[in-house]
Design a protein around this ligand. Structure first.
Ligand code: BES
Ligand code: ZN
Length: 942
């Protein structure tokens, strides 16, 4: 007993240290040989860290699950083969919300270590369970931990949860599916739920005859049990992280095809949505074949399933061999899907398939580097879809990814790509635009710097070296520079020693390739640099600083905000005197390059391949404005887009006067490329939305008149059809939607006409998909139109169609109708809970719905957190989406007061800071630019 007391005291001392150490603790609690009493009363939880101890490693899970789709619960057993590294009495692993009914420990020969069931302790705050073995588990030995457990099928979107769908005959059917990433495998079965505990999984599932069971691997054997149930035994998996495990029991239909290399690809959906699976199947086969070639590594499993789950919170999830999707991310309905829908489905499939290598085969060591998964998957979307579906022209839109990243990164509340994350909330919040979009843009910059070929062979090396294990950033830089360990070097691998690698100056002749130092400036620092260029004779003077939209050099806080920031920027520029691209690696705060006396204009950051903004001092902007006016095709469309973006960003920061940016887009009437056109128009629309919401009637009216006048020709050129290239179709969608929103009479008339046809057809007519949302939005302004749309929404079998209708319903000017929608959203019947976050954001975008949405969020805050979990994408979407339109100090105070009222939750979140920064940015924008906008418009209208 005395020994136990000591143990308990030791543990207690540990418990007070609740903030977990960022490194993996590896000391086991002191072992004891004493027999414990039967109960757990005298035992206290032996582990105080958030991360599991490293002295027991899972090798192989044998998992058996038996879900009951009528009772909405399941039972299960798991036998985990463990490798014990240090002597201990305890196994500590994760479990959350599970009833663990039996625990036993077996030795390598499957003999029980004890004739009694073992004590099981829980620490719910850390989502951990500890099992006490009275016999010491010896270091160097293997054991089997056997657990019996049960739980309800979840009601949310995590763990092993229930989803439902309705057939056209009105029958409601259940299915059970999983979503684990990042920390919810522990909700489905007890496990070592951290990415570096890779193990093999042998999964078995019991089901009725009417159902199909799916898991990561194909079924190896199906056994009929005594009670008539079927037991599917799946083949043993490859070594993988727990967050990638998945299983589904459903009655879906599928289509299948086989890739050139023999992988069976299947797409599953609810039976009546089967017709919408064909596009995904073709795309998945093509993309999988592309990746096998590009990575030069075969996809290691015999099959790949893609399943559309009716209730799904994320967009999609890359479970190895069993990718799950939201229906709108996988299903393509030729009758109701628009050009953008097709691009979206293709990109999501490309993203999840890229993860089969980046993430599944090679996984980040810990969640702080989730960008190694998500940044790569996002970037590979562009590379793979560009190669397989060139007509979609997705590379044109890479800039949007970079602009999104800059939007977040130019606020003080941003974070470094690699950031500490320990708790489940912090980990969930890592799946943000910094990991995804900044990650992708920085990779894009690196690829340009190294060349496509060096980049590709570097990442292939990385994937090969770390297959079935975990990696850090450093491993990536070493692989890209082709450096290697002494062992590899001496064993004759083809690679460079680190000394040699440093001498590999690829394109930047004469400059040393110190990739690690360079990349650390992008990985470990927050923010995006602004390079200011000044012409001085034949030289171009360069100066770098951190770009912040909410701070100005005249602010007292400026020096401290800039303190210590320095990037290694792979600079590129073009001038009017040659067609070649000039390069210079800028590693100091100020620098200069020689461009030649005779040069007229200089455009820095060619095609925006670099993650930095550029400011042109002196007459720099004027020269570029003139160039665009005289001969805009002297610059690539990417460069034109980039200039527009930079100019407007600088006006937000108070660094460039708004008239200059507006003059810069004065050439847009002759712009024939969709991307720069939409970029320029996008800013005007954003200003319009801001002044409309703030109720500044003169500016609102003039801006509307100006936009409709200036863009008259291009609006009139649009047809109300689905014809043309993908770029043309995307432009049409955007333009007509804006024109009708601005109250353009010809637009409204045409939309009204189409809507009447649709009503007359008893809602059966298929409108052109690219303009359907605009037509519905106009029709939704009338009571009968709104009611018919809601009716169609309730019964439609196409989720993309429903999304368009929901957006139209939420554009109503009648606040009673908006309230009704939000109520339907909480109920979760007609409008599924999975769509509630986008519904709230849609209502918030409506000037009549904005305050309604914000009050709703405050009122239902705890319900929303229960449904979606703190830190989730949905919660962040709701917070940003309902505050992003605020632009007054009163509103900022309101937001702050609300966040203070939920302090306990808000303090765990970064997104609350981001939201307040956003409002602050809007306030500053109006202070800095409203006057200029007003007088500029007055001049134009004159
Ligand atoms: N790995 C993620 C899924 C995920 C997201 C897990 C957030 C945990 C938290 C998946 O690969 C992903 O990135 N999904 C995106 C859609 C994709 C097309 C970018 C998503 O769900 O938003
Ligand atoms: Zn992803």
């Amino acid at each position: 007993m005395v020994r136990f007391l000591v143990l308990a005291l030791l543990s207690l001392a540990g418990v007070t240290q609740t903030s977990a150490s960022p490194t993996q603790a590896s000391e086991p609690p002191n072992p004891t040989e004493e027999q414990p009493p039967l109960g757990t009363g005298s035992l206290s939880f032996p582990w105080s860290h958030l991360r599991l101890p490293g002295y027991i490693v899972p090798l192989h899970y044998h998992l058996l699950l038996h879900p009951n789709l009528t009772m909405l619960s399941y039972s299960g057993t798991v036998r985990i083969e463990l490798q014990v590294q240090n002597n201990t009495n305890w196994v500590v692993l994760h479990s959350k919300g599970l009833r663990i009914t039996t625990a036993t420990m077996l030795d390598q020969n499957l003999a029980h270590l004890s004739d009694r069931v073992l004590p099981v302790l829980h620490n719910p705050t850390h989502e951990q369970t500890a099992i006490f073995s009275p016999r010491v588990l010896s270091g160097g030995q293997k054991y089997f931990l056997f657990l019996e457990f049960g739980a309800e099928l979840g009601e949310g979107f995590y763990g092993f949860y229930r989803s439902t769908y309705r057939t056209s005959t009105g029958e409601t059917r259940n299915l059970a599916s999983t979503h684990f990433e990042p920390t919810s495998a522990r909700m489905a079965f007890p496990c070592f739920d951290e990415p570096s505990f890779k193990a093999n999984y042998s999964i078995s599932i019991r089901r009725s005859r009417a159902h199909t069971a799916l898991s990561n691997m194909p079924v190896e054997q199906t056994v009929v049990l005594d009670d008539g149930l079927m037991e599917d035994r799946f083949a043993v998996s490859v070594r993988m992280s727990s967050y990638l495990v998945a299983f589904i029991v459903c009655d879906f239909r599928s289509v299948s095809a086989t890739t050139a290399s023999g992988v069976k690809v299947s797409v599953y959906a609810a039976p009546e949505k089967w017709q919408q699976t064909h596009y995904a199947l073709k795309a998945a086969v093509k993309l999988l074949e592309f990746y096998e070639k590009y990575f030069n590594i075969k996809y290691p499993l015999p099959k790949q399933d893609l399943v559309a789950i009716p209730d799904f919170q994320a967009g999609a999830m890359e479970n190895w061999g069993l990718i799950t999707f939201r229906e709108t991310s996988l299903l393509y309905d030729p009758a109701t899907s628009s050009a953008s829908d097709r691009v979206w489905v293709t990109m999501v499939i490309a993203h999840e398939l890229a993860h089969q290598w980046f993430g599944n085969l090679v996984t980040m060591e810990w969640w702080n580097d989730i960008w190694l998964n998500e940044g790569f998957a996002r970037y590979m979307e562009y590379i793979s879809v560009n190669a397989t579906y060139p007509k979609l022209r997705v590379e044109d839109y890479l800039v949007d990814t970079c602009f999104a990243a800059i939007g977040r990164d130019s606020l003080n509340s941003s974070r470094p790509i690699s950031s500490a994350a320990e708790s489940p909330t912090q980990i969930a919040e890592m799946f943000d635009t910094v990991s995804y979009d900044k990650g992708a843009c920085v990779l894009h910059m690196l690829r340009h710097y190294l060349t496509d070929q060096v980049f590709q062979s570097g990442i292939v090396r990385y994937l090969r070296r770390y297959s079935y294990s975990n990696a850090h950033n450093q491993d990536l830089w070493d692989s890209l520079a082709n450096t290697c360990s002494e062992e590899e070097f001496t064993s004759g691998e083809h690679c460079y020693s680190s000394r040699q690698a440093a001498k590999n100056a690829y394109l930047y002749a004469g400059e040393h390739l110190d990739l690690t130092t360079m990349m650390n400036t992008w990985m470990l620092q927050t923010g995006v640099p602004l390079v200011t260029v000044t012409r001085q004779g034949s030289r171009l003077l360069l100066k770098q600083e951190r770009f912040l939209r909410t701070a100005h050099p005249s602010d007292p806080a400026w020096p401290s905000l800039q303190q210590g920031f320095l990037w290694h920027i792979p600079l590129t520029y073009r001038t009017d005197t040659s067609t070649s691209i000039h390069r210079h690696l800028m590693t100091t705060l100020t620098d200069s390059v020689d461009v030649g006396e005779e040069v007229g204009w200089v455009k820095v950051n060619v095609d925006m391949a670099g993650y930095y903004l550029v400011h042109y001092d002196g007459s720099g902007w004027d020269n570029l404005i003139q160039l665009l006016k005289d001969n805009h095709t002297a610059l690539s469309f990417m460069d034109r887009t980039h200039l527009i973006h930079n100019a407007f960003q600088l006006t937000t920061a108070g660094r460039l006067s708004l008239d200059k940016a507006l003059d810069l887009i004065g050439y847009l009437r002759s712009e024939s490329h969709t991307v720069p056109l939409l970029e320029g128009l996008g800013y005007l629309e954003a200003f319009y939305r801001m002044v409309e919401r703030r109720d500044i009637p003169d500016v609102t009216q003039n801006l509307r008149t100006y936009i409709l006048w200036y863009f008259r020709d291009v609006i009139d050129r649009q047809t109300w059809s689905d014809k043309g290239s993908v770029s043309e179709r995307r432009l049409r969608s955007e333009l007509l939607s804006l024109a009708c929103h601005l109250g353009d009479l010809p637009c409204l008339k045409q939309a009204q006409r189409s809507f009447t046809h649709w009503l007359d057809s008893n809602s059966t007519l298929n409108l052109p998909a690219d303009v359907a949302e605009t037509v519905y939005s106009v029709g939704a302004q009338e009571d009968t139109g709104w009611a018919s749309l809601l009716q169609t929404y309730t019964h439609s079998l196409s989720e993309t169609h429903k999304r368009k209708i929901l957006s139209a319903l939420a554009s109503s000017r009648d606040t009673n109708k908006l309230t009704r929608l939000l109520e339907l959203g909480v109920e979760g019947e007609v409008i599924r809970t999975q769509d509630l976050d986008s519904l709230i954001v849609m209502v918030a975008r409506n000037p009549r719905g904005h305050h309604l949405a914000w009050s709703y969020v405050q009122k239902y805050w705890s319900t929303l957190v229960d449904k979606f979990q703190l830190g989730s994408f949905s919660i962040r979407n709701i917070i940003i989406g309902t505050t992003a339109q605020f632009s007054s100090t009163e509103e900022l105070t309101e937001v702050r007061v609300f966040f203070e009222s939920i302090h306990e939750q808000a303090s765990q979140l970064r997104v609350t800071e981001v939201a307040m920064d956003n409002v602050q940015k809007n306030i500053l924008w109006l202070q800095r630019n409203l006057g200029t906008l007003r007088s500029w418009l007055d001049q134009q209208i004159d």
